[in-house]
Write a protein that binds this ligand. Structure first.
Ligand code: SF4
Length: 64
């Protein structure tokens, strides 16, 4: 499972990095979300990634 954020859609509300800081962090310059785990997501973070995807108000997060 991999996680990505579409920066053309992300508005930097911060729901993802406030609730799931183990996967997302804000970029200093604009507050948009950055995925801190590169490559394959560890299995223990998979449920949190799906929840973040469902919670993003802009639907900017892709989990595949
Ligand atoms: S919740 Fe969605 S819109 Fe908000 S910072 Fe995270 S990815 Fe961006």
């Amino acid at each position: 499972m991999r996680v990505s954020v579409d920066l053309n859609v992300c508005q930097g509300h911060g729901v993802c990095y406030m609730t799931t800081p183990e996967i997302f962090e804000p970029r200093e310059e604009d507050g948009q979300a950055h995925v801190v785990i590169s490559g394959e997501l560890p299995r223990e973070h998979e449920d949190a990634a799906v929840l973040a995807q469902q919670s993003c108000p802009e639907r900017a997060i892709t989990v595949e």
